[in-house]
Design a protein around this ligand. Structure first.
Ligand code: 6PG
Length: 240
């Protein structure tokens, strides 16, 4: 696995780097480009940046949009990751409606997890007999979670399914998430992490010297792809 860590002076510089990277990746892909979006404050900031500066620069009709996780709420809820992406980016660009594949948070979680797995199989190119995203964007929680893989769900690493139902350890709210097995098959995986609150967990994950796995984000270890950590200087505060 190729891992790269990049530290930016500002959140704006990080957003701009992600946007330029996405532009280059989309331009160089044949036919269509598949991306898995994330919830969270850093992805939202990047979506706003894209909506402000890349509406015309990127050929959005080429892009198929998926989600790494969703809360089990209706799409109009302020908790919905789909709503966040729609409000901040998708409603503002020329995306093709048929290329927006949301996770239906309003449906029965177990049925929806299975339905979404089929959607992924039908709409994403495969590699190693598994759907292979061109790009997976991930946030990082202060407890080390990513997508909706929480510390009480480390067993998901053994799950060979594409999707799973998760329970938030504090709110007990249900979520639907992509599994590490699916995420790790992606061509490129991009963690985007900002803010001082994340500096401790970033330090713990990125400076670890042994093979033990303590946090869900450490399950993200692409077998053939590239792993990118984009941090602002606050999140990277404890790294030397
Ligand atoms: C979600 C996410 C989750 C998120 C992290 C970071 O829906 O909550 O997909 O994995 O990216 O919790 O969130 P913040 O950037 O808001 O800290």
């Amino acid at each position: 696995m190729k891992k790269r860590i990049k530290i930016f002076d500002s959140k704006n510089a990080l957003s701009n780097f992600f946007a330029e990277y996405l532009l280059a990746e989309i331009n160089s892909s044949n036919n269509f480009f598949t991306i898995s979006l994330s919830g969270g404050s850093t992805p939202k900031m990047i979506f706003n940046h894209l909506a402000k500066n890349y509406v015309k620069k990127i050929d959005w009709e080429k892009v198929k949009f998926f989600w790494g996780d969703e809360r089990c709420v209706p799409p109009a809820s302020d908790e919905s990751n789909y709503k966040m992406a729609w409000d901040s980016l998708l409603s503002k660009i020329k995306a093709d409606d048929k290329n927006i594949f949301r996770i239906k948070g309003e449906a029965d979680p177990f049925e929806e997890a299975d339905r979404y797995a089929e959607v992924l199989k039908e709409n994403i190119r495969t590699g190693n007999n598994f759907p292979k995203f061109d790009l997976v964007m991930l946030g990082l929680g202060e407890d080390g979670h990513t997508a909706s893989i929480f510390p009480n769900q480390m067993n998901l690493i053994a799950d060979k399914k594409l999707t799973a139902v998760a329970v938030h350890p504090v709110s007990r709210g249900r979520r639907i998430t992509l599994t590490p097995a699916l995420i790790n098959n992606a061509k490129k995986i991009f963690f985007v992490v900002t803010g001082k609150r994340k500096s401790k967990i970033v330090y713990e994950i990125l400076t670890k010297k042994n093979d033990s796995i303590n946090y869900p984000a450490e399950l993200i270890d692409p077998a053939y792809g590239e792993l990118f950590w984009a941090l602002d200087k606050e999140a990277a505060n404890l790294l030397t």
